[in-house]
Design a protein around this ligand. Structure first.
Ligand code: FAD
Length: 491
């Protein structure tokens, strides 16, 4: 029976951050994951000359990210090559107005080109009233101080934006779709307004479109190697079956193959609900805590295509089609799921990482085309796939020219639990991140990393942290690291 200072279950972005920082600070760490290598839901795959993640990825922010803080802290900044959207293109947005007219805006290089943005949003430069409305709303969001933002966790992003008075339809859709639903994978009538404002400010300050040569998952493989280098153990292909509790304190973990490892601190990246209900067991917690955990809302999932092409199609890593009205309400996703309606206005993400160096055979691309849906692993992708194809034909028709697509794979919600956290409740498990940044579970109300069990912490998208997907998980990893170090220094 081996003893460690800390055991980390899961080498996703959150678990890897916490484990590597603790190892770097001299703690004896065991990092376990059921997957063959670190990266979690963003594990990098190498196949047929392509390197890619199973799902589309856009890293926000581009500049001053916590990924750089992590690699520098671990002294590994030279082992991961940062790719900036400023050098490779951030992306192109397409707005389809209610009459079906599509306008576009290439982000980044033309940022100062105000006229381009206005054209994209369907606003004429001489519409003085619209310009004033947009400037007022953008100025308010941009200059909002932290105390004011903290007041915006009881109101949804949609309700808050609508309370700011009239603004051009395209501008409202752009804000909600980009900084609400797009960033948090949750309809803007559920996302807390405080999160939307913070995301707006972070993106204005640091832009988006960061990547790493070799893949985002590769970044976490490099960070996780710290654990081994500092005398800890990295055990992949190892599923944790249970977390041991002795006299009310955490004492270790048991793997599915029956090995037991001991530590006074266990950090779980396996999901807050999965950790409480499945790995520890409800009986170890107060009823109120279990009820709150069970009631947490998952964020949305994505379904779509991975196309492998025989020639280059996309010139931008990220392309998004926003149809007017796409900033939809949660109930609209539920209605589609019940078969009462079909996807008609969802925004479509069309992206590739093959534009970056050494990510694809010369002249070929892997292209993701996805749309959001409910997080049930049983979602039938059929109606979404039809919708995606109709949309992609509007913004990249060349993809469907004869001979361009050499192979197609379908991304379903069912794949997600295989790479990420287990599906343990009906309708849950396919979510892109984990628990949603929605009202009642965002900002100050977000579940804490500490659990009621002494020594047991949660890390990743399910506890604390702020940001888009991987960035939130890394933020959570830093926070858990600080908490565990403080605890150990006191002991
Ligand atoms: C379709 C889709 C699109 C996305 N788009 C983006 C994007 O554009 N930008 C972005 O930043 N993020 C994006 N994400 C989200 C990103 O993948 C997550 O935010 C991130 O992976 C969460 O990190 P995590 O550490 O919280 O958890 P995870 O990545 O889920 O890692 C959890 C780890 O724990 C392991 N584990 C779980 N249970 C056990 C167990 N019992 N025993 C051992 N190991 C276990 C898993 O194998 C996994 O490796 C997307 C995700 C999806 C699915």
């Amino acid at each position: 029976m081996k003893k460690y200072d800390v055991i980390v279950i899961g080498a996703g972005p959150g678990g890897t951050t916490a484990a590597s920082l603790l190892a770097h600070s001299g703690k004896k760490v065991l990092l376990l994951d059921k997957n063959p290598k670190p990266g979690g839901r963003m594990m990098t795959i190498h196949k047929d000359g392509f390197s890619y993640e199973m799902f589309p990825i856009n890293c926000v922010p581009q500049h001053n990210s916590l990924f750089e803080k992590l690699s520098k802290t671990l002294g590994k900044q030279d082992e991961v090559k940062l790719i900036l959207g400023d050098d490779f293109g951030i992306g192109k947005l397409f707005y389809e107005n209610e009459n079906g007219k599509i306008t576009s805006w290439r982000m980044g290089y033309q940022f100062p080109g105000v006229l381009k943005i206005l054209g994209f949003l369907g606003v004429k430069p001489w519409h003085f009233k619209s310009l004033v409305q947009m400037a007022r709303v953008a100025g308010k969001l941009r200059s909002m101080r932290e105390e004011e933002i903290n007041e915006l966790y009881q109101i949804s992003a949609m309700e808050y934006l609508d309370s700011l008075g009239p603004m051009p339809a395209g501008f409202r859709t752009f804000l909600l779709a980009t900084f609400g639903e797009g960033a948090f994978e949750m309809p803007s009538d559920h996302v807390a307004a405080g999160e939307m404002v913070k995301m707006f400010q972070q993106t204005i300050a640091g832009s988006g479109g960061r990547y790493y040569e070799g893949g985002v998952g590769h970044f976490f493989e490099v960070m996780a190697s710290t654990v081994l280098e500092k005398g800890g153990d990295l055990q992949m292909n190892t599923r944790v079956k249970s977390i041991q509790i002795t006299n009310g304190k955490v004492s270790g973990v048991t793997t599915e193959s029956g090995e037991t490892y001991n530590a006074p601190v266990v950090i779980s990246n396996a999901g807050i609900r999965q950790t409480v209900v499945k790995l520890v067991g409800e009986e170890f917690f107060e009823k109120d805590y279990v009820e709150r955990i069970k009631a947490l809302e998952s964020n949305l999932a994505c379904v779509g295509y991975r196309y492998f092409t025989s020639r280059p199609v996309l010139t931008e890593p990220m392309n998004v089609l926003f149809p007017e009205g796409c900033a939809s309400k949660y109930e609209e996703f539920e209605a589609i799921e019940r078969g009462e309606s079909k996807p008609e206005r969802g925004y479509i993400y069309l992206g590739t990482t093959s534009l970056y160096p050494n990510m694809a055979p010369v002249g070929q691309q892997v292209i993701y085309a996805v749309v959001s849906c409910m997080p049930d692993p049983k979602v039938d992708p059929k109606c979404y796939l039809e919708y995606i194809e109709r949309g992609v034909r509007k913004i990249a028709p060349e993809l469907y020219e004869p001979g361009v697509i050499s192979r197609t794979e379908i991304m379903t919600t069912a794949i997600v639990p295989g790479l990420g956290n287990d599906a343990i409740f009906p309708g849950q498990g396919g979510e892109s991140y984990g628990i949603a940044n929605s009202l009642g579970q965002a900002g100050p109300q977000r579940p804490k990393a500490e659990t009621p069990i002494d020594g047991l912490y949660i890390v990743g998208n399910d506890a604390e942290g702020f940001g888009l997907g991987t960035h939130q998980a890394v933020d959570s990893g830093f926070k858990v690291y600080e908490k565990v170090m403080e605890r150990m220094e006191k002991a």
